[in-house]
Design a protein around this ligand. Structure first.
Ligand code: PGA
Length: 254
């Protein structure tokens, strides 16, 4: 199966104008030299930097995404950003249902699905995140949790053209503790089976990203696993060398 891989950097709440612009410009500069075998590269900076990052990557293959959006098209939602605003600015993607949103903002699967549906309606691709906690894994509930999150977080009309799934075990995010290729691989295979079973359009081509302490030193072994079609990278995406090494690993693993 040859889907184009995707490496997405989630900057989270990091970056001020000068360093954010410089990092994006450096990633764009290096991405231009990678050629046609390069994976799709997406940067998801904080909302305050979206304009600057879009400007900095303008003449490069690098695309930009938001880290979240509201489920409503517009209205009285102080502090929120709509999917249409992201699209209007030039974003192509938006992350929804990241575990930090699910935990810190108590977002439910239904809200995540509504956000993804709004992203689709606004012309964005949604990167829908799912993943179990450590206690759920220890209790042997990983498959059950991921299956139910996926079923309830993917809106109708999800398709390979508008949806990316990110498997991010909560215990691996920002902890330096990565899922082993075997642990990640069995969940990615499960997600693929679920996408097929749920008759998601072009299910075989939906990119399924692994996220959770991905770095240059472990990217190659993870990206060599079937059904790991890319990575959602947090901490390591804040360093151009690390991030580009992950991008390169995605090319080598083809
Ligand atoms: P991390 O974050 O790479 O810093 O673990 C990944 C994520 O939260 O998307």
């Amino acid at each position: 199966m040859s889907v184009r891989r995707l490496i997405a950097g989630n900057w989270k709440m990091n970056g001020l104008s000068h360093d954010g612009r410089a990092l994006a410009a450096e990633i764009a500069r290096r991405a231009k030299g990678l050629g046609p075998a390069a994976p799709e590269i997406v940067i998801c900076p904080p909302a305050t930097l979206l304009g600057a990052v879009i400007e900095a990557v303008r003449d490069s293959p690098v695309r930009v995404g938001g880290q979240d959006c509201h489920a409503a098209p517009s209205g009285a939602h102080t502090g929120d950003i709509s999917a249409l605003m992201l699209a209007d600015l030039g974003c192509r993607y938006v992350i929804v249902g990241h575990s930090e949103r699910r935990q810190n903002h108590r977002e439910t699967d239904a809200e995540v699905a509504a956000k993804a549906a709004r992203a689709h309606a606004s012309g964005l691709s949604a990167i829908v995140c799912v993943g179990e906690s450590w206690s759920e894994r220890e209790a042997g509930r990983t498959f059950e949790v991921v299956t139910s999150q996926l079923a309830a977080s993917l809106p109708l009309l999800s398709a390979a053209g508008n949806t990316v799934v990110a498997y991010e075990p909560v215990w691996a995010i920002g902890t330096g503790r990565t899922a082993t290729p075997a642990q990640a691989g069995e969940v990615h295979a499960l997600i693929r089976r679920e996408l097929v079973a749920r008759q998601v359009t072009d299910a075989a081509s939906v990119r399924i990203l692994y996220g959770g302490s991905v770095k240059a030193s472990n990217a190659a072994e993870l990206l060599a696993v079937p059904d790991i079609d890319g990575a959602l990278v947090g901490g390591a995406s804040l360093n151009a060398d690390e991030f580009l090494a992950i991008v390169t690993a995605a090319m080598d693993a083809l």
